[in-house]
Design a protein. Structure first.
Length: 290
């Protein structure tokens, strides 16, 4: 991307009857952290590598195990075969919500003063977003969805400015080819930092951001900071450019970004749970029948 404690389970639903309390599912931060470790065990997930392909197969298997319908969007960029991984649940209809992340890692740690040519392990930048979406897939009560929900794991996000590649290749391909685009898109990226600081990203839709940060405030998630942050080019931008309200939930101030120190010990189960439980709360309000 280019820079331009367990929460309360009960909350009051804002978009439905404000006098009714709904019980959300519980996001397991420790299980999400184990998903981060599982991805690191494959090695660096650089597009075109065996580790990357194996990680993609594992993601699809986990989604199927959780009961989601899965599909793959295959494409080639600069001679490298890539694939976006797609999971669907809810009614078969147009529109709906898309939750997305990227599952590739950066080939070179160009912000690393000591080893700028080494690959990035990608514990936070790559694995954390995947872990959040996988745990959501497990715990979300999909039988209560009243609109379509897609979980999309984008390829080729993190090689920008290396060998002439742009950023956000997979999401741009998805938007260009999708027969049925969502009504709203939420991207999660670098959301596992133990010192979580999620500011309002400047290229994101203000209304959609306000909805999710309001849920975070209601659930007392202190990693969500309702102050304006930086403008970032990430997988939400192709959706925004297509006229779809889209946001990026991201901690861009992560000090180990694009370095060899982006390792498992920098990621926190509590931070993953803050993001996952907030998204569960938002989906409870926006997409689930009581």
């Amino acid at each position: 991307m280019l820079v331009l404690a367990t929460c309360a389970i009960l909350f009051s639903s804002c978009s439905r009857d404000p006098n009714v309390m709904y019980t959300t599912a519980v996001f397991d931060g420790e299980r999400a952290l184990a998903d981060v470790a599982a991805q690191l065990a494959f090695g660096e997930r650089i597009p075109g590598s065996e580790a990357h392909a194996a990680t993609g197969d594992w993601i699809l298997a986990e989604l199927r195990r959780a009961g989601w319908e899965t599909g793959v969007q295959e494409f080639v960029y600069d001679g490298v075969r890539m694939r976006n991984l797609i999971a669907r649940a809810g009614p078969h209809a147009s529109g709906g919500i898309l939750l997305g992340t990227h599952y590739d890692t950066r080939p070179h740690a160009d912000r690393d003063g000591g080893s700028p040519e080494a690959p990035v392990p990608g514990a936070n930048d790559g694995a954390s977003g995947v872990a959040v979406l996988l745990e959501l897939a497990r715990v979300l009560p999909t039988e209560r969805l009243d609109q379509p929900l897609q979980l999309v794991f984008f390829d080729g996000e993190d090689s920008g400015r290396i060998d002439g590649w742009p950023w956000a290749i997979g999401s741009a391909q998805f938007v260009a080819e999708a027969r049925d685009l969502p009504a709203r898109a939420v991207i999660v990226d670098m959301v596992g930092d133990a010192d979580l600081q999620l500011y309002l990203e400047g290229n994101s839709d203000p209304g959609l951001s306000a909805e999710i940060w309001a849920v975070a405030a209601e659930l007392e998630m202190d990693g969500f900071i309702a102050k304006e942050g930086r403008n970032i080019l990430d997988d939400h931008v192709p959706f925004r450019d297509a006229g779809i309200p889209a946001i990026d939930i991201i901690d861009i101030d992560y000090p180990y970004w694009h370095t060899t120190e982006d390792t498992l010990d920098k990621v926190s189960a509590e931070s993953l749970a803050q993001v996952g439980q907030t998204l569960l709360g938002w989906l409870e309000q926006e997409a689930l029948e009581p």
